[in-house]
Design a protein around this ligand. Structure first.
Ligand SMILES: [Zn+2]
Length: 390
């Protein structure tokens, strides 16, 4: 197997607390990393680096684990730029929302949908993301959900069935029949391609009993649970995530003290999506309260054409620091190791021996610059599985 020495790393974030400075980021100065095949084979101070077949010079830059974006809705057609502009001008906009994208997605060919996912995934790679979760949820028919998850599976192992995004327009008068479809024929059709099942548990979407039924049907079909919880108001979503042992409760914008204790005790990751609050001009979740309660926090983009059309994890890190008062170290950890925990992955999100060689070389001497220099393209080179991808 060919080995490559990445030498002359000014600051290496390993996310391995046993390495370097002993902090959760496991920071090493004047470091080097050796990859063999798609894995990390050695990490340490550069003066003790072993010989390798090939050399890459990081020129003193910082190197971080690739971002793990654990929440994204990438299978869709069209955009909703006009709706965004109307929202920013304070004008009311049609309640069409998700349904606008559903109509465009249904009218799109498989090739067009796949090309749009490819474009967004490439955009993510250029911004340092090396693992992305991709949800369905804009098809809402058996055939359209099945092809959405199948297309997602062309790009990631982290595929999520979100037939329970909203009630399909055809079932507006009979939501119970739509839940039967989601937990029956639709689930059967997506099963070969889906790892996860998700439900939007919110007033106007799916209530507690419906969410429980949907996640239980998913579990019976071998799909693990994650959930859109407590985004628009206080509600049962976080409680259900803890009750069913979901990997993550996502949004958590409106979380009470009980919810936080519940998350901490159940070991459910709270995935915060600050791009949504930024793009909808809404209050941010209380990340400090979560961290104080011992909750594991992940950061993700929620990239979607409605509430947040950013694919940028560096932006989410900057927002988490500036708007949610996370430290730069906490935000980076949450955007990498936190995302890996939200996906129950132990092979990504950190740079220690045996992990996948997924990392970004920054055009900066320290990871601090990700929050300190918001909006600046600081991702220099990106490697995934030891391959230079961006
Ligand atoms: Zn979402």
């Amino acid at each position: 197997m060919v080995s490559v020495l990445l030498d002359n790393i000014g600051e290496l974030v390993t996310n391995d607390a046993r390495s370097g400075d002993g902090s959760p980021l496991g920071l090493l100065r004047d470091a080097a990393l050796v990859m063999e095949g798609d894995r990390v084979a050695w990490v340490g101070e550069r003066r003790s680096a072993p010989a390798a077949d090939a050399l890459v010079d990081a020129s003193g830059a910082a190197v971080i684990p690739g971002f793990v974006d654990s929440h994204a809705h990438l299978v869709f057609a069209g955009d909703r730029a006009d709706e965004f502009a109307a929202r920013m001008e304070g004008r009311p906009y049609s309640a069409g929302g998700i349904q606008t994208t559903v109509a465009a997605t249904r009218a799109s060919s498989d090739e067009m949908l796949a090309a749009n996912v490819a474009r967004l995934v490439a955009e993510m790679h250029r911004q340092g993301t090396t693992t992305v979760e991709i949800k369905s949820g804009y098809g809402l028919t058996v055939a359209d959900e099945a092809r959405s998850v199948a297309i997602a599976a062309q790009f990631t192992d982290e595929t999520t069935y979100l037939g329970a995004h909203v009630v399909a327009p055809e079932y507006a008068d009979d939501p119970a029949a739509y839940v039967d479809l989601v937990t029956g024929p639709m689930l059967e059709a997506v099963r070969p391609f889906a790892r996860w099942i998700d439900v939007f548990c919110e007033r106007g979407a799916f209530d507690a009993d419906q969410a429980r039924a949907i996640l239980a049907a998913g579990a019976a079909a071998g799909l693990q649970a994650r959930i859109h919880a407590n985004q628009l108001g206080h509600g049962p979503g976080i409680g259900i995530a803890c009750e069913v042992g979901a990997a993550a409760a996502d949004h958590c914008t409106f979380a009470g003290a009980d919810d936080l204790d519940n998350l901490a005790q159940a070991g459910v990751v709270a995935t915060l999506l600050p791009g949504v609050e930024f793009s909808t001009r809404s209050p941010y979740p209380d990340a400090r309260a979560m961290l104080a309660a011992g909750v594991t926090v992940a950061l993700a983009t929620d990239c979607n054409p409605g509430s947040c059309y950013t694919s940028s994890m560096p932006l989410c890190v900057a927002l988490a620091v500036r708007e949610m008062r996370m430290s730069p170290a906490e935000a980076l950890w949450s955007a990498t190791a936190g995302g890996a925990q939200a996906l129950r992955r132990d092979d990504v999100g950190a740079l220690s021996v045996g992990r996948r060689a997924d990392f970004a070389v920054l055009a900066a001497p320290s990871y601090l610059h990700l929050a300190y220099r918001p909006g600046v393209p600081l991702i220099g080179a990106v490697y995934r599985g030891g391959q230079h991808i961006a």
